[in-house]
Design a protein around this ligand. Sequence first.
Ligand code: PLP
Length: 367
Amino acid sequence: MKDYKLLTPGPLTTTDSVKQAMLFDRCTWDDDYKQITQKIRQQLLALAAASPGAYTAVLLQGSGSFGVEAVLTTCIGREDTCLIITNGAYGQRMVKMAEYLGLHYIVCQVPYGQPADAATVRLLLEANDAITHVAMVHCETTTGILNPLQEMADLAKAYGKTFIVDAMSSFGGLEIPVQEWKIDYLISSANKCIQGVPGFCFVLARTEALAGCRGQARSLCLDLYDQWQCMEKDGKWRYTSPTHVVAAFSRALDELAAEGGVSARNRRYRENNKLLREKLKSLGFAPYIAEESQSPIITTFLFPYSDFDFNRFYHYVKERGFVLYPGKLTDADTFRIGNIGEIYRQDISLLGDIIEEYMRAEHHEHN
Ligand SMILES: *Cc1c(COP(=O)(O)O)cnc(C)c1O
């Protein structure tokens, strides 16, 4: 098999040094290891501009969805009602979780191509006194659309609601001052913009909010409160922790700092995303999301013509060193290109050349 770089929204391409951090087998109850966990927790709070004390970081085994479900099951009580704002598959997944968990919930369904809209949410809050929580995805990775996070958090607070955000694919790649924006729960995972490998998720929680959730979870393994209580003591994970993944993540956090923090990483992502969209536009690929709502994380492109053979295109590009991502829309033929991870300008330029070459060859066949 030929090596390739991932142009997907996670797992993504990591540095060699992040991978090398996994080449040692660490002991879970040894102090050195527990200190790695504690350091990660502090670094995550710092990335979110949240002060320790007011906020806490809890790491949890499992992929990102486990973190979302842990928050929903731990933090939403039997008498509570959650307003779930959705404009994509990950919002839909929250709805499905709420259904499985038997939560009271109301869905605010937004068309996939549009950002969540504050006026609509305000009307729902006005009309439903029962709502206690509001949950939304920040960057909907389904399309790459960016929802207005600060605006929604403000709105939730104005109505005295607990605010939950799935910032899986944005945290670390976009500035999210969790404390200033009064976000109660933010969920993300190891293998997105912090550029670690897959294996665990994490939650940044307003301490006072989480402290009130004791005994509320309907799942033992996903009980975020219990996980927090154990980890808070000295950094020990409740149940076996993914030691290699944690070591890689710690290394990835140090590398994020060395790059210049979230603002520098955001700049790299934005510039690469801009270059990608410009290049593809010149080759006949129109983006699905309007520029003002487009995230710098992943872009959805419409097929350039109706009989475009994505499978063939995918393999052509893969053989030349890059893996793309299929689309996830039911109403339009699309594919996606992620630009997070260890990806630089020269990668995007090279990808542009490969796609140009493909389109030229296709054009010859078409005529
Ligand atoms: C990646 C992602 C998730 C989590 O997916 P997992 O496959 O469980 O890691 C959730 N929400 C969003 C917006 C994502 O991008």
